[in-house]
Design a protein around this ligand. Structure first.
Ligand code: GLC
Length: 741
């Protein structure tokens, strides 16, 4: 990635890099250049097929990049060393999907995003980088920064929710955590931003489906996190499966060259997602494989994942003059530059030490971070009659199909996690030396897709299982029901049209409530769920996501009050699937409607409310926080150089110390294009002791008022603005100010 010094001159190191790569490329044949653009995978698992004869292709040098090469550090090293059998010995790039931890597994990214703690998120990425590089990996296919407003889409679990501002901060934090300050450092892992672009807007929440949106929506809501990751220095980016304005991302020159290179100045390399080059044929934009390859290289795709189209057709296309060798050179140089920045030409194995992985993996520090991250990711949605935190003198009935399951605390994107290192929910609660009756595995679900390794039961057996569970509650004072989704129903290729709890779990919950004992519902889930009819059967509801290695202790920390929950939803929970997409930064429409109002001919449903069940930013605490009215340093401002101070007083008016994420939203009352009813612009995490009050202050500048206008210029306009400050995107204080240019 060639950059220049402040003076605009190429620095000596950049000159040295450029000279090295130019000299190297002069020696390379077309086949050797194409090999740098070829990424193969010896194992399937994250795609529909694996590369045939993968080892041979690494040995003979027709592939210079490999994904999902697994094994011991020694085995991985041996295969990376195949590069030394090639004529020029150009180091291979070893990549892996490290999405929410490598061996130490953190909560799924959607859960992590609910911490709103970018430093913590950066730490989790740093730990993943240290563990993965010790094994010999150079690149991770992360961060996934796809904004999504549709929980039917199974991949919402991998992202950071619906907001571009928070999503951008998290994208930046993860790139920094993975890459560190110097890519050549032995613990630095090359980030790969994905999936470029707009993949989270797949129509109907159906994976791989069409995406169709205006440029204004792209620039305002969906593109910012990709740009944030690029600006943070991400060295690679991955194209998405979907089409954009009718052209698949992998063949979309506007996306990969005009926007990414010319407008954003990206200097790393672009890798396709799995087999995307070949998929240009079923997309219907290439009549055959060769044409698909031509379209991809013409658009600006540098590296071909798994399709082997580049290695099959590029040389021929160059020989017949359809593709220029210069195009191949440009792509090859980009890949070599990143390998150079990684330090691979100095030491392809980055201080290889086969014993290092053992020393740096699943350390106490890493597990402590995983425990804290899991506890902070959990979101308290309901807590009536102070059901939580649990009191130690009570007898607890713990019920649920996954309470003693290690594997289910992970996701489909943590295949390298050590499941046997997981603290299960049952174990975590037992460690509290609690008087506990448990019914692990007692209760099963009979709905397809929700099961893993459980036998399907017929109605009678199901009734018997429920009966057993209910019997256990007879001697208990409080019931903790751990329900929700199996890990198998969220992630890639796992879209769902029904995002409620399985029917039999809902039935169980109802019967547990009928015992008259307090019921705590703990959810294991990879997406927002429609809980509307279930809330009434629980006195407390805690979203635990897929909590990772330290699941049980983190959950126990929260249930027993060692950690006062502070998580805030980063994705709206709908009342019903029929409302989707439902999100906080929506537009007002010409016929706005507020639930409870009267009036027909309004933008509303006849059979459902407009408002979501739980809004973006929502999350309760064991304590209560009070917000004063907003005070503004001014209400009439003019010009670019003015600044506005927004002040609120936050008080902890409850019995427990706790952390609140104070959120600030802005709305632009009148503008040249329709603006959303509010947009998140700032937030601050504030820890208060019971009875403590703190002044929270935010600084607003004209930059915070900017948006992409109809001509896609990033600018602001004079007028009236409303500032909202509060505990979520719905429950806010407001104040108005006018700012003129
Ligand atoms: C998959 C996913 C992508 C992943 C890649 C490599 O199809 O879409 O997120 O990084 O293939 O496993």
């Amino acid at each position: 990635m060639l950059s220049v010094s402040a003076s605009g001159q190429r620095t000596t190191t950049e000159q040295k890099k450029e000279k090295f790569i130019t000299e190297l490329m002069k020696k390379m044949t077309i086949e050797e250049k194409v090999a740098q653009l070829n990424l193969i995978t010896p194992t399937a698992g994250t795609g529909p097929f694996k590369t045939r004869r993968a080892t041979e292709k690494l040995q003979d040098g027709t592939a210079a990049n490999v994904l999902s090469m697994r094994g011991t550090p020694q085995r991985i090293h041996e295969r990376a060393a195949y590069a030394e059998n090639t004529r020029l010995k150009i180091p291979y790039l070893l990549a892996l999907d490290i999405i929410h931890g490598y061996k130490t597994i953190f909560p799924i990214p959607l859960g992590l995003s609910c911490t709103w703690d970018t430093l913590l998120i950066e730490k989790t990425a740093r730990i993943a980088a240290v563990e993965a590089t010790a094994m010999g990996y150079h690149q991770t296919y992360s961060p996934m920064v796809d904004i999504s407003r549709d929980p039917r889409w199974g991949r919402v679990m991998e992202g950071s929710g619906e907001d571009p501002y928070l999503g951008s901060l998290i994208a930046r934090a993860m790139v920094k955590g993975y890459q560190g300050d110097d890519l050549s450092d032995e613990t630095s892992l090359l980030a790969c931003v994905k999936h470029f672009a707009l993949y989270g807007a797949a129509e109907a929440g159906r994976d791989y489906n069409t995406v169709d949106m205006s440029r204004q929506t792209m620039y305002q809501y969906y593109l910012p996190p990709y740009k944030a990751a690029i600006d943070a220095g991400a060295g690679s980016i991955m194209t998405s499966f979907n089409d954009i304005e009718g052209i698949p991302a992998t063949a979309n020159r506007w996306l990969l060259t005009d926007l990414l290179r010319d407008e954003w100045g990206f200097e790393g390399f672009v890798v396709s997602d799995y087999n995307c080059v070949q998929e240009l044929i079923p997309h219907g934009v290439a009549a055959n494989y060769k044409e698909a390859v031509r379209k991809a290289i013409d658009a600006g795709l540098d590296m071909d994942m798994a399709s082997e189209g580049y290695t099959t057709f590029l040389k021929e296309l160059v020989e017949e003059g359809t593709v220029t060798e210069k195009q191949v050179d440009v792509a090859c140089r980009r890949v070599l530059e990143v390998k150079y920045d990684l330090g691979l030409f100095n030491d392809p194995y980055k201080n290889y030490d086969p014993g290092k992985a053992e020393r740096v993996t699943l350390t106490k520090e890493s597990k402590d971070i995983a425990r804290s991250a899991a506890a902070k990711s959990m979101v308290l949605l309901k807590n009536e009659n102070e059901t939580l935190p649990l009191k130690t003198n009570m007898k607890l009935a713990l019920i649920g199909p996954l309470i003693d399951d290690q594997y289910e605390m992970f996701s489909m994107w943590s295949p390298d996690g050590k499941a046997d290192s997981v603290v299960t929910i049952l174990e975590g609660i037992r460690q509290q030396n609690y008087d506990l009756v448990s019914a692990e595995g007692t209760f099963l679900t009979d709905e397809p897709g929700y099961l893993r390794n459980f036998g399907y039961y017929d109605e009678d057996e199901q009734r018997e299982k429920v009966g057993q569970a209910l019997k256990l509650t007879e001697s208990a004072d409080v019931i903790v029901a751990v329900l929700g989704e199996s890990r198998n129903v969220s992630g890639e290729a796992k879209s769902m049209t029904n995002i409620s709890l399985p029917r039999c779990q809902r039935e169980l919950l109802k019967q547990l409530k009928a015992t008259g004992k307090p019921v705590v519902l703990v959810l294991l889930n990879g997406r927002p769920l429609t809980l509307t009819d279930d809330l009434q059967f629980a006195d407390a509801v805690l979203v635990a996501w897929r909590p990772g290695t330290m699941a049980g202790v983190a959950l126990a920390d929260v249930l027993f009050g060692k950690y006062n929950p502070s998580g805030k939803l980063t994705m709206t929970f709908p009342r019903s699937v029929g409302q989707i997409p439902v999100y906080y930064n929506h537009k007002n429409t010409g016929r706005p409607f507020k639930d409870g109002e009267r009036g027909t001919f309004k933008s509303r449903y006849l059979d459902e409310m407009n408002s979501p069940l739980f809004p973006f930013g929502f999350g309760l605490s064991y304590t209560t926080f009070n917000y004063s009215e907003i005070s503004l340093s001014d209400t009439l401002l003019a010009g670019e150089n003015e600044k506005l101070l927004v002040n609120v007083e936050l008080s902890n008016t409850g019995k427990y110390a706790g952390e609140e994420t104070v959120q600030l939203y802005l709305s632009d009352a009148v503008a040249s294009i329709v603006r959303p009813v509010k947009e998140l612009k700032k937030f601050e995490k504030v820890f208060l002791q019971p009875g403590e009050t703190k002044q929270v202050q935010f600084l607003i500048k004209p930059e915070d008022l900017k948006f992409y206008n109809h001509d896609l210029n990033w600018d602001w306009e004079s007028g009236e603005f409303v500032v909202y400050v509060g505990t979520n995107s719905r429950d806010v204080k407001s104040a108005t100010f006018v700012w003129t240019k």
